[in-house]
Design a protein around this ligand. Structure first.
Ligand SMILES: [Mg+2]
Length: 272
């Protein structure tokens, strides 16, 4: 009897979720609680607002790699990612830690609550874009089943969608709208001159094959666009997740978590 009780306690301890030592703790605290994250985010959007008017004026400029010619007469548009670029889901990350879980556990349910706040600075940016007559497009890898909830969330925050065009382009909404955002940028480029792009993941700017490459290749590719960063491409800091992290595990999310941790430890560099 006594032994059985011990065995039961032992088994239930093993089954405890990984709350202690959750890999997301530090990054989540940074985004949710630090003055440093707030300042960084506001700074990025302040810079974007400073740059926007001149980019709108310069009809010979496009910020999209997908746009090569015939764009000078088209009306201007900006493309923003949604998660950790426009909407702040850090409360969802906090829940994962509290419950010892990892994405995508509970993700759809969180989105359906429609209660994410704006990332600091984005509200002012959206207002400026609208006042300059710039069309706003959201290109997100939230899945199509979350479109209504996402729209409602943004409307609750005060964003007003056009009744004439689809500004919210979800993954899977059309068969060709895959995780690669290229086809959606191309579609927007058909009718608009893309003057600026804002995201928190390299894939918000470049194609999937560049984004989903090794850490070294991603860094080399980022360096090839030095003239874009802080000019017409603006990257928000997201230390909680992203393809920067997936690159350490070769984009194979099926690898057991303990092995993933090992792979991350393996790439730490003690020399530089
Ligand atoms: Mg994002």
């Amino acid at each position: 009897m006594k032994t059985n009780a011990f065995v039961l306690i032992f088994i239930s301890l093993l089954a405890l979720p990984e709350t202690k030592g959750h890999q997301g703790l530090m990054a989540t605290l940074f985004v949710q609680k630090s003055a440093e994250f707030y300042s960084n985010s506001i700074g990025i959007y302040n810079s974007a607002m400073e740059k926007l008017p001149a980019l709108v004026e310069d009809k010979n400029y496009t910020a999209a790699l997908e746009q090569n010619s015939g764009f000078s007469g088209k009306p201007p548009a900006v493309i923003l990612d949604i998660d950790q670029t426009v909407l702040d889901n850090i409360a969802y990350q906090a829940r994962l830690i509290e419950n010892g879980r990892y994405y995508p556990d509970g993700w759809d349910a969180w989105c359906m609550e429609e209660k994410a706040y704006y990332i600091p600075g984005v509200e002012q940016f959206l207002a400026l874009a609208t006042s300059l007559g710039v069309e706003v497009f959201f290109v997100t890898n939230r899945t199509a089943n979350l479109e209504e909830a996402t729209r409602n969330n943004l409307e609750k925050l005060g964003f007003s969608f056009s009744t004439k065009l689809d500004q919210l382009l979800m993954k899977g909404e059309k068969p060709e709208w895959t995780s690669d955002k290229t086809s959606r940028r191309q579609l927007i480029a058909d009718d608009y001159r893309i003057v600026m792009m804002i995201g928190d993941n390299f894939g918000d700017f470049v194609s999937l094959d560049v984004n989903r490459s090794s850490t070294e290749q991603r860094n080399d590719a980022a360096k090839a666009y030095n003239e874009m960063w802080g000019h017409s491409w603006f990257m928000l800091a997201n230390p909680t997740y992203g393809d920067w992290e997936s690159a350490f595990i070769n984009f194979d999310y099926g690898i057991p978590r303990s092995k993933q941790l090992e792979m991350k430890l393996d790439v730490l560099d003690q020399q530089r």
